[in-house]
Ligand binder design. Structure first.
Ligand SMILES: *Cc1c(COP(=O)(O)O)cnc(C)c1O
Length: 368
């Protein structure tokens, strides 16, 4: 049996264990400590943003971003439909209503034109959306400049779900730093991992200070335990942050490897790819290809599986999910097409050249 090939698996650089060892040596085995402080600084330097809160997950970061945006029961939140459910679940945690927006074909992310139409329609119904969650899917930046313009025009808070897009940029500016809030994930399958973790970033110092406060049970300043607000246990552990510090050292090298995977797939395979618009830079977290139809996509997925190769259909849009389908949706058919015909191929930064070739050859053999 040939080696199993994963879609995207953890890839350590080597120094992670040193930062973890230091945590053990100094007994900082807790959800705070020097690794957490330094990870926040180092991530901030990488992104060129001052305020970073290291958290237990990307989902926790999204949840806090909604709380800090003042989103509560009955409020409407615009959200990209073509995404992973973690982008939308926190809207429901707050008792708010998601309004799903379809994608455009260039980046596969939220369509800024459709976004504006949706806002106008909500306003006509007497409801003003409070926030907008845009996603940089598979590492490809959304049309963030256009989307930011629309949000500013209508005074709507912009949250970037950059969970899949650490290191991606537009005009040299890192995604996650355009909106009022940026969200990152360090889950095991992401471009770098802390074994599970996330971060919330913002240009606004007091918002991130408040995020840290809420994430540590919202303790008021008092000698005893006193609470005036709902608190959460959402901080990153000092062990996880140690892994993250080692991972940040290799991030740009891992991005180069993922970009190499993508360019090989793009050169050698037929199909529609997620091409970078001018001045866009994708970290190429996952390489995805759109086949001519659902049958051929499924046939190839199953052939790969038979050879021990993990691939995955593109995200099933939120407006088609049983838990979300009752909510308003502004569509154009694009996310449904991408979901039907698209497949994510093995994309790890630790994928060997011969493994990449095995995948490419199998896809080619089975495409005819
Ligand atoms: C992974 C992911 C999240 C959630 O991050 P976790 O750290 O797993 O909670 C949110 N949004 C998108 C688009 C993701 O891919």
């Amino acid at each position: 049996m040939e080696n199993k090939i994963w879609l995207s698996s953890p890839h350590m650089g080597g120094n992670e264990i040193k930062f973890v060892q230091k945590a053990f040596d100094t007994n900082w085995i807790s959800p705070l400590g020097p690794n957490v402080d330094n990870f926040e600084k180092e991530l901030g330097n990488y992104l060129s943003i001052d305020n970073v809160a290291a958290l237990s997950s990307g989902t926790a970061a999204l949840h806090l971003s909604l709380i800090l945006s003042g989103v509560s029961v009955g409020d409407e939140v615009l959200c990209q439909t073509f995404t992973f459910s973690a982008s939308a679940n926190p809207i429901l945690y707050q008792g708010a209503v998601p309004i799903f927006i379809d994608s455009e074909i260039d980046t596969w992310n939220m369509d800024p034109v459709l976004l504006e139409k949706a806002i106008q329609d909500r306003l006509a119904q007497g409801k003003k959306p409070k926030a907008c969650i845009v996603v940089h899917l598979y590492g490809m930046p959304a049309k963030i400049i256009e989307i930011k313009e629309v949000c500013q025009k209508y005074d709507i808070i912009l949250i970037e779900d950059a969970a899949e897009a650490l290191g991606s940029s537009v005009n040299g500016q890192k995604v996650g730093t355009f909106g009022d809030f940026g969200v990152f994930s360090f889950n095991g399958n992401k471009i770098i991992t802390t074994s599970g973790g996330g971060a919330l970033v913002s240009a606004n110092f007091s918002k991130i200070a408040k995020a840290r406060f809420l994430a540590t049970q919202a303790r008021d300043e008092a000698p005893h335990y006193q609470h005036s607000e709902i608190g959460y246990n959402y901080r990153m552990s000092n062990i996880s942050a140690g892994i993250g510090r080692g991972q940040l050292e290799v991030l740009d090298r891992w991005i180069e490897k993922r970009r190499h995977n993508y360019s090989q797939y793009n050169i050698k395979l037929k199909g529609l790819f997620q091409e970078e618009p001018e001045n866009y830079f994708s970290n190429r977290w996952l390489s995805a290809v759109i086949f001519e139809g659902y049958e051929i996509r499924e046939f190839i997925r199953i052939q790969l599986l038979k050879h021990g190769i993990e691939s995955r259909p593109l995200w099933k849009p939120m407006h088609l999910q049983p838990i979300f389908q009752v909510h308003p949706f502004y569509g154009n058919g694009i996310s449904e097409k991408l979901f039907q015909n698209g497949l994510c191929l093995p994309s790890g930064s630790n994928l060997k050249i011969e493994e990449l070739e095995r995948v490419i050859n199998l896809v080619i053999e089975n495409s005819i």
